[in-house]
Design a protein. Sequence first.
Length: 469
Amino acid sequence: MKPKNKNKSTNSRWGGRYTSGPAEIMQEINASINFDKRLFEQDIEGSIAHCEMLVEQKILASTDGNAIIKGLKTIKSEIENESFQFSETLEDIHMNIEARLEEIIGEPAGRLHTARSRNDQVATDLRLWVRDSIDQLDSELRNLQESLIDRADTFYDLLMPGFTHLQTAQPITMGHHLLAYVEMFGRDRGRFADCRKRLNESPLGSGALAGTSYPIDRKHTARNLGFDRPMANSLDAVSDRDFAIEFLSVAAITMVHLSRLSEEIVLWCSDGFCFITLSDAFTTGSSMMPQKRNPDAAELSRAKAGRVFGNLLSLLTVMKGLPLAYSKDMQEDKEPVFDTADSLFLALGAMKGLVEDFVPNSESMLIAAKKGYPTATDLADWLVSVAGLPFREAHRITGEIVKEAEKRNISLEELPIEDMQKIDSSITHDALSVLSIENAVTSRASEGGTAPIKVKEAVLSARKRFLEK
């Protein structure tokens, strides 16, 4: 069906070049106000900084500058109290604000756009928005780390099985396990900080692509907006979205870590594990099966990773074939960024709640920790350190001992010492001491190990590295 052109009026912001309005479908595909209105604070902040610079450089009269700034602050209040009327005809947040400014102060509003293009304006707005989001995400990640550290401190000596290939490998403590995620989220915070540092350059004053003939002071606006410096090349300034791609990339890695922790929580509270219990606050029931308690908060946090990965691929695809400088394709940069930030904030909040909510089942974890001959490595290490055997020989001997225990369906501790000595005569009664999981955990006192005393030290170190900044 051919789209009708219901709107015959022109967008006055285009000036004299256009004499008729866009087709209805053109207006719909071209408009971004439904999502980029989220940039209103950054757009107004950037406009105020630009206006102040124009006045400082005597490009704009101070009376006009004062009127513009007062009008922009009024518009900000209107948007915040939801009395502002957004118009799809005006396409985007920039045009909506400029049109409203003209309604409020009249002719001086038209002077605000001097020495500025929507290209450098939107690039500035999005950088400011991403920078603000990074600062908030860092706070959320820190809060999650604090919750994990607190729980690691509480469960520093609580025994549980450590897994490889999802099979019991060696006994560890829950505190040690939780601290592993503290480190992951610490690296995420570092990556966001690196992203913030790289994006903190100002595109404002680059114009459409080539700069401007007006005697502007880009250092002035950069400084007022908290940027480290103006961007060095005007073409790059308006066409770069590396910062947004990097933001999505760091967010994707963070979501990997959140998804892994979510998966562990899902497993731990399943009937097959029974390691933890979640309260009603973070579970849901079944519409059919009254006995069910489903870890939906963890499952949904895990699923959010898919959205974030998709958003990263979406923006990479948008940008991969664009020549310099600006193309309207780049209007598609905002929704992936906004959706990613929303998804990450939600998942971080849910995960913090889950971490603080779960109650460990120490008995189930201890039973699980004793399965699968988890102290076999300790016996091999004893054969090396005490009996003086090469590790490969000790590995072979221990494997034969495990095979014998498996044949009898007993633990290593239950296998008589005489039967062990039939396999290797160097084994003495002293070897039995290493076969208890409590001793196995305590012996892992190397730097970064799972021994409770090392976990306590790691908790103190984590507080200092991640929370005292």
